[in-house]
Design a protein. Structure first.
Length: 71
């Protein structure tokens, strides 16, 4: 399980991260826990305060990790 904390103390559990669009920005894909959470955010790399890696709970083991986009 990957969780990111931003400088404004917002925390998100990620399903993926992409280097797009570039120029100091990345796209983080968020695990949808409720309808108010966006599916993805484009953020400046400098706003990432901390990235935590943890063992996933048993019921989520099938979804662990990131998928590599096809070229």
């Amino acid at each position: 399980m990957v969780e990111v904390e931003l400088m404004d103390s917002a925390r998100f559990v990620l399903s993926g991260i992409e280097p797009e669009p570039g120029y100091g920005l990345v796209t983080i894909r968020i695990v949808d826990e409720d309808d108010d959470t966006p599916d993805a955010l484009i953020i400046p790399v400098g706003t990432i305060k901390r990235i935590e890696l943890r063992k996933a709970p048993e019921e989520r083991l099938a979804r662990v990790g990131f998928s590599i986009p096809a070229p």
